[in-house]
Design a protein around this ligand. Structure first.
Ligand SMILES: N[C@@H](CCC[C@H](N)C(=O)O)C(=O)O
Length: 270
């Protein structure tokens, strides 16, 4: 099976061109091929498929085989893939996801390849705001729930240590407050337009970046009065610019960041 390894600020997936056919059991494939010791290694797989509603369709599976409804970093990488591979000659595209249709606007660099992409991530849905969650170890965390088409719990804290992220992320992901687990963001507001965060992703563990997570964090920060509606979000793998447009302009969240191809290869399924 041919694949392309790509990443969006370190959030790495194995991209499979499914314009002709889809692999069997993509959930099992995602678990096998994402393994960093016995597979290619990645945070999951992304399938680029034809669509009858948009220019292309995305399916994304986390490293544990669960299918996700949306992925910000993969949306940018798909724009790069389909444009650089000549599957389209347009740079303003639509992408069907399980959470609806998203608009991708790509910019090319001097080498003619896509360098950065802005994604219209749609309207966020804010759930509980600044609610206390208690864990069995006695720790208490205040979180704000935001859906960016997938579920996020954002915790504002100055403690971005491993003890916090790796120690509490797994339990918070599976807290009974979520019907279907959630992605957990640990964020510190450095200024009204600058936020630093780490993310514990549902189904993949800590990743270098999460596009939907960065959007959810900006929305949670603005909702809690901790930031304005536009900020640069720094993640372990790099930076994204996130803007939550005013209600008068539709209230959508716009995400801008790079997309990078790493290598291509052939995976032999046993
Ligand atoms: N890394 C992604 C989100 C991937 C899916 C997520 N783990 C989920 O299960 O919802 C991003 O860049 O948005």
């Amino acid at each position: 099976m041919r694949f392309t390894k790509m990443h969006g600020i370190g959030n790495d997936y194995i991209y499979i061109d499914c314009m002709e056919s889809e692999p069997e059991s993509p959930d099992t494939l995602a678990r096998e091929i994402s393994d960093r010791h016995t597979g290619v290694g990645g945070d999951g797989i992304v399938m680029i498929c034809p669509s009858d509603k948009a220019d292309f369709r995305m399916r994304i599976f986390n490293a544990d085989g669960s299918e996700a409804r949306m992925c910000g970093n993969a949306s940018r990488c798909i724009a790069k893939y389909v444009i650089d591979q000549g599957l389209t000659d347009r740079t303003d595209l639509t992408l069907e996801t399980l959470s609806g249709i998203r608009r991708l606007m790509a910019r090319k660099g001097s080498d003619g390849k896509v360098e950065s992409v802005t994604v219209d991530m749609g309207r966020p849905e804010v759930g509980v705001v600044d609610t206390e969650v208690a864990l069995p170890d006695g720790s208490r965390h205040r979180l704000t729930a935001v859906s960016m088409g997938n579920p996020h719990g954002v915790i504002f804290t100055d403690d971005l240590s491993d003890a916090m992220v790796l120690g509490h992320g797994p339990e918070l992901e599976r807290h009974p407050m979520w019907p279907d687990r959630a992605n957990i963001e640990f964020a510190r507001t450095d200024a009204p337009d600058r936020i630093t965060m780490r993310v514990w992703e549902r189904g993949s563990g800590e990743t270098m970046a999460c596009g939907t997570g960065a959007c959810a964090t900006l929305v949670a920060a603005a909702t809690n009065g901790l930031a304005g509606r536009k900020a640069e979000i720094s993640l372990p793998g790099g930076r994204l610019t996130i803007e939550w447009l005013p209600e008068s302009e539709g209230g959508h969240v716009m995400m801008t960041g790079p997309a990078t191809e790493v290598f291509t290869g052939t995976y032999i399924r046993n």
